[in-house]
Design a binder for this molecule. Structure first.
Ligand code: E4P
Length: 218
């Protein structure tokens, strides 16, 4: 399973890179805004900086909502760096654009997936990744993980090469359950990745080991 970090924060990306387990990055316009990155040139420069930090796919989202806008923006993003994956919203023109990109060798991530039907459509159009949003479904009383399971099963039935990128993960159990289900990729904030490090018995055990060592080596 691949680990992506869901942020536009360079410090968090660097920390995940240093941990040695990072396979890629996902961003979205809200995450860019959170870092105060605005204006076409600044946005492009920021994506480039991220690509230079990480050896893996970097999802950069288009703002356009018509086929022409999505294609124009996506082609400009793809030209920035070979690691760029064009993130396209799940809308009618988005699906048409994904088909166009897949025929022209440009990687895509179809975002804002909330149903198995949407995922199936994106896979048929040739998306490299689909991003079902687990946490946002949980927020409205649905079962986000059940959607991951459905999509993994459907893609498996037909051998679709589209990868299931479980997004909007909020905590460690989300990530672990995605691994059990067989999601190809998880994307989450740094604290969820580093949350995998912790167990109270590890802390307690290490404290005892170090204390015992100190007792006989004082
Ligand atoms: C996916 O690519 C999105 O950037 C992200 O996972 C959304 O997460 P949120 O629901 O926590 O905003």
């Amino acid at each position: 399973m691949k680990f992506f970090i869901d942020t536009a924060n360079l410090k968090d990306i660097q920390e995940a890179v240093e941990l040695g387990v990072l396979d890629g990055v996902t961003t979205n316009p809200s995450l860019m805004a959170k870092e105060g990155i605005g204006g076409h040139d600044n946005v492009m420069a920021h994506y480039k900086r991220i690509c230079e930090l990480v050896d893996g796919d970097v999802s950069a989202e288009v703002i356009g909502t018509t086929f022409d806008e999505i294609v124009r923006e996506g082609e400009a993003l793809a030209e920035l760096h070979p690691n760029i994956v064009v993130k396209v919203p799940m809308i009618r023109d988005g699906i048409k654009a994904i088909k166009h990109f897949s025929e022209n060798g440009i990687k895509t991530n179809c975002t804002l997936i909330f149903s198995a039907g949407q995922a199936l459509l994106a896979a048929k159009a040739g998306a490299t990744y689909v991003s079902p949003f687990v946490g946002r479904l949980d927020d409205i009383g649905h079962d986000g993980l059940q959607l991951i399971e459905q999509i993994v099963n459907i893609f498996g039935n037909y051998g679709y090469p589209t990868q299931v990128l479980a997004a909007s993960l909020r905590h460690v159990p989300h990530l672990i359950q995605c691994a059990e289900i067989g999601a190809d990729v998880v994307t989450c904030p740094l604290n969820v990745i580093t949350g995998l490090l912790s167990h109270p018995l590890t802390d307690k055990g290490l404290a005892t080991f170090l204390a015992d060592h100190k007792r006989v080596n004082a």
